[in-house]
Write a protein that binds this ligand. Sequence first.
Ligand code: CMP
Length: 162
Amino acid sequence: MKTSRTAVLVKPDGLQRGLIGEIISRFERKGLKLVGLKMLRMDDQQLDQWYSEHREKAFFRDLKTFMGSMPIVAMVWEGIDAVPVVRLLVGTTLGRQAEGGSIRGDFGMSQQMNLIHASSSNEDAQREIEIVFGKDELFHYHGVTEAVIYAEGEVEPSEDDS
Ligand code: CMP
C-alpha cells in the first residue's frame, strides 16, 4: 500500500499545557513518520482558509480569535492510512467524551479547547498542508525503523524516497 500524509496542529491550549512533546511522542511511538514541523502564529487569511467549512457556524469568530491568539505547532505525519490513524490517536472533538487512551480523551475537557487538530480526509490534508507549509519545508527520507513497523512489501516504495 502507498503511504499518505496528514496535517496536525497543536492548538494554543496544547502549547500552554506543555503537551507538544507528549503529542509528538505518541505519533512517533505509533510508527508514523514526521515529514514537516514548524511553530507559527496563524494569520487571519490562513485561519479563514483553514476553517472555511465553519465560516457560517456560530463559533467561527471565537475559534479564529482563539487560534490566532498564540503560536501553534504544525506538523505533517506520514504512514499507511495516516489520516484515519492520526484521528484515532486524537479522539473525538469533545474532550470530555473522547475515548480514554486518545489525546483528547486523556488530556481534554472542552469542545473548542480540544488541544489538537487532525485532517479529516486526504483532500483536507492536502489543502491544510499547503496553507501552512511550503514545498521546501516538507521532507522525504527513508525511516530505518520502517523495516520493523511494516512487513516486507507492505509499503509501496515512493519515487521520492532516498
Ligand atoms: P477541530 O475539529 O480541530 O476543527 C474545528 C474546531 O472548531 C474544533 O476542532 C473545535 O476546536 C471547534 N469547535 C467545534 N465545535 C465547536 C463548538 N460547538 N463550539 C466551539 N468550538 C467548536
